[in-house]
Design a protein around this ligand. Structure first.
Ligand code: FEO
Length: 169
């Protein structure tokens, strides 16, 4: 495997675990506020991010590459309002999209078709992640300022259930 592609794939393990940690912090924020539905939504988001990390980990091992695990940074977003959390989620997903695009570009450059095919799933996933984060902000803007609306939205988010990623390695 090309050294730069390998380095970026390895770094992505850490970025995805950081994402999991960040979303757990979001869940923690809402748990403390008593908004258990929002807390549930972000807890499941954290589980999905852990799955993403494991996919990068497994991909490298399946290709006989050594994996290096680095320290996971402390979540660095100041969570001072519900909307701050939601907007930080969208901002973070856009950042992750840029990371996936960077790995894709590196793989494209060296004609690593296998890595490109692996990354295709993440390109699609990032589109969905950004849509979900955007939808959440829209719903919050529409209904979140009214206590009944917030209650309904919290119930809706509480119904989210975890499902394993559709990509299996
Ligand atoms: Fe693993 Fe939310 O991107």
């Amino acid at each position: 495997m090309d050294a730069r592609v390998k380095k970026l794939l390895n770094e992505q393990i850490n970025k995805e675990f950081y994402s999991a940690y960040l979303y757990l912090d979001f869940s923690n924020y809402f748990e403390n506020k008593g908004l258990d539905g929002f807390a549930n939504w972000y807890k499941i988001q954290a589980m999905e991010e852990r799955d993403h990390a494991m996919l990068f980990y497994q991909y490298l091992h399946n290709n006989d590459e050594k994996v290096t695990l680095d320290a996971i940074a402390k979540p660095d977003v100041v969570l001072d309002s519900d909307m701050t959390v939601l907007k930080a989620g969208l901002k973070h997903e856009k950042y992750v999209t840029s990371l996936i695009n960077d790995i894709y570009a590196a793989a494209y450059e060296v004609k690593d078709f296998r890595a490109m095919q692996f990354l295709d799933w993440f390109v699609k996933e990032q589109g969905e992640e950004e849509t979900n984060a955007n939808d959440l902000i829209s719903k919050m803007e529409l209904f979140g300022s009214d206590s009944k609306g917030l209650y309904m939205l919290n119930s809706e988010l509480g119904a989210r259930v975890y499902s394993a990623p559709s990509l299996v390695l």
